[in-house]
Write a protein that binds this ligand. Sequence first.
Ligand code: IMP
Ligand code: MG
Length: 177
Amino acid sequence: MPAAKTRILLTREEITQKVEELAGQVFKDYQHKTPVLICILKGAVVFLSDFMRYLQLPVQIDFMAVSSYGQSTTTTGVVRILKDLEMSIENRDVIIIEDIIDTGLTLSYLRENLLSRNPRSLKILALLDKPDRRKVKVEPDYCGFSIPDEFVVGYGLDFNEKYRNLPDLCILLEFGS
Ligand code: IMP
Ligand code: MG
């Protein structure tokens, strides 16, 4: 892939340390439970795969894909389910694993949708939060980093499906292609 103009916001080491810390918090809160980690595709896959290996609990994982973004860097406000869960979450302790909360539209929709399936509990774990951009009220129960209003890529996050494999979290400085 051609080199993109980026600036590192969080190094892979800083992220790793935070992910381990988050796993410690969740471990304390879910002793003797087997939570279902619901990874929101595609952005949260890198986070999930790191996080679950630090989490010293029996877990199950499942995936959901939703789209609120289309092909741009501003939210359209339309949330669609592109892929639904394979398992039932009734009476389960569910943790939504999300890469970033921006306007909050995706998570507020997802939270209502998943609550209607009667989980025993439902919490939100987000690696990143951009609180300045919030349009609807939704707060993560666990959050890695609060970041400024910049468009970031890497560590799973994309711009037009690119840059997900950058190991650090980077601010995208030019939106060429
Ligand atoms: P929300 O519905 O506006 O909260 O948007 C959440 C989704 O938008 C996230 O799951 C990301 O996929 C995407 N998103 C929001 N901000 C960024 C960003 O800075 N970089 C890449 N994707 C982003
Ligand atoms: Mg996403």
